[in-house]
Design a protein around this ligand. Structure first.
Ligand code: ADP
Length: 488
């Protein structure tokens, strides 16, 4: 098959979260399976320096963006046979300190930046000489390409446009902008209606994708069900229920080339399920790195991630306040809302022998936390898929999670299956419920044989992409069939 993916972040070129990991490894796995794959993504600051082998393509961009025209260039890279990454070079839009925001505040021209990106993706889908059959868009930043292709399909008819598959990585981020920004699409006003891209008077970029994509996927089966409910549908549940026959939940895979404990440049001591001594050594290294007392007998809990309300920062802070009366340690790396950053730093200041946090984005440290901790805390309010708990499992670090979305789909609690148990789950979104789970973890920590049983169960869980890819290929077939139907 010939598939073009479009995403505002792709590992290893750019990353703020799981989206980058998912797109990077999906592309690699598809190419490895023999498909022709492209990925369109912005050329952010620093990429050119880190990947000097980038080549400029003879594919200049000169696209309308509201009243003006915006030019750009396309640079490409072939990290492996069958895979080409296309970087959209528009320095005024993408050469910035960060991807979407600074100090917790979105860039004011994000509508321009990502509608332009969507236009570039649609342009490449229509003009690349290898004629992609499927355009696979990710999240709101690429979603407007759905509408552009839909419009093109109406103008030019069958067979002229690729099928569109949209993956929702997080329904809470919808790309909502004032109605006036619709003009940036340069499309007829007809689409700006409640049945189209209007969302309560605003332009809804993700909504454009949901209305017009041939097939919609999301990143876990449970989240696919959750987003069709009023409680978790972020105002789009009615529309998603309408599109239910085109909505599929596919659990993200893990790139075990990157996320493994044996061949990992970030881990000082390699280890495997056959010999966990390296894990014990990594724990001591981690305690040292965080400036905490170095002591194997202290249970070490860890957290990694965006410091956003979604991730359960409030209940983590509350549960820690309660549980730090015990002999536990907690380390974390994260970045996000300034108030949460301050709260974590304040907790560390008040408990210097037990809590240590790093504010910032540090990929190596995220591997060392997964590798060195005994338990990984991920109490999200909602979680479309979540990758960190899956990384934790592979690293023998027992996840403590809330029963939501992908967390529920990937972690097995002892109450579900004592033999296969690999983590601790709780239901209620509260500090008390999380503290209770931490207490269970402490009990587990005191039973070395049972602890080992949990760790080994986690390490043997298989979320490899080779298994997941079949489901994406099915979704692409469904996309092609649906696009033919809509062309008629
Ligand atoms: P989300 O996509 O909602 O942010 P996921 O758990 O699906 O959450 O994926 C998060 C990814 O981003 C993981 O690879 C995680 O290690 C990484 N990550 C998040 N925050 C940081 C950080 N501050 N430093 C390093 N890696 C981070």
């Amino acid at each position: 098959m010939r598939i073009l993916l479009a995403s505002s972040e792709v590992h290893p070129y750019s990353k703020t979260g799981g989206l980058a990991d998912m797109v990077g490894s999906l592309a690699k796995t598809l190419a490895r399976a023999g498909h022709r794959v492209g990925v369109v993504t912005p050329l952010y600051a620093g990429i050119r320096e880190r990947f000097p082998e980038l080549k400029q393509l003879d594919l200049p961009l000169d696209l309308p963006l509201g009243p003006r025209r915006v030019r750009g260039e396309v640079w490409s890279l072939e990290p492996m046979p069958g895979l080409t990454v296309y970087f959209v070079d528009q320095p005024a839009f993408y050469e910035r300190a960060d991807l979407y925001q600074e100090e917790g505040v979105d860039y004011p021209d994000n509508a321009e930046r990502f509608i332009f990106f969507s236009k570039a993706a649609a342009h490449l889908a229509l003009h690349l000489d290898w004629h992609p059959e499927v355009l696979h868009l990710h999240d709101w930043q690429a979603s407007v390409a759905t509408l552009l292709i839909h419009h093109q399909r109406k103008q030019t008819g069958e067979g002229t446009t690729p099928g569109i598959c949209l993956t929702i990585h997080n329904l809470a981020y919808q790309g909502l902008f004032p109605a006036a920004q619709y003009a940036l699409t340069n499309l007829p006003r007809d689409y700006f209606t409640p049945a189209g891209v209007e969302f309560y008077g605003q332009l809804g970029c993700l909504k454009a994708g949901i209305v017009y994509a041939d097939v919609i996927t999301t990143v876990s089966p449970r989240y696919a069900r959750e987003i069709t409910t009023e409680e978790m549908g972020c105002g789009l549940d009615g529309l998603l229920r309408l599109r239910n026959s085109s909505l599929v939940g596919i659990l993200n895979g893990v790139d075990y080339d990157v996320w493994n404990t044996i061949n990992n440049p970030y881990l000082k001591h390699p280890y495997s399920s056959a010999d966990l001594s390296g894990k014990a050594a990594n724990k001591l290294e981690l305690q040292k790195e965080f400036g905490l007392p170095i002591d194997a007998s202290l249970p070490l809990f860890g957290g990694i991630g965006r410091l956003a309300e979604q991730k359960g920062v409030e209940i983590t802070l509350g549960a820690l306040e309660e549980m730090l009366t015990t002999n536990m340690q907690f380390v974390a790396v994260g970045t996000g809302a300034p108030a949460f950053q301050r709260a974590y730093l304040d907790l560390a200041r008040r408990h210097p022998a037990q809590v240590s946090v790093r504010i910032g984005f540090d990929e190596g440290l995220s591997h060392r936390i997964e590798g060195g901790c005994d338990f990984f805390v991920m109490p999200s309010r909602f979680e479309p898929c979540g990758l960190n708990q899956m990384y934790g499992l592979r690293y023998g670090t027992i996840p403590i999670v809330r029963t939501t979305g992908g967390l529920d789909d990937t972690v097995i609690d002892v109450r579900e299956d004592a033999e296969k148990a690999n983590g601790i789950k709780f239901i209620e979104y509260s500090s008390t419920a999380l503290a209770k789970s931490i207490r269970k973890a402490l009990v587990l920590f005191d039973q070395p044989e049972l602890l080992r049983h949990f760790r080994l169960n986690g390490m043997s869980a298989d979320f490899s992409w080779d298994r997941t890819i079949t489901q994406y290929l099915q979704a692409y077939q469904q996309t092609l069939a649906a696009s033919r139907k809509s062309n008629r």
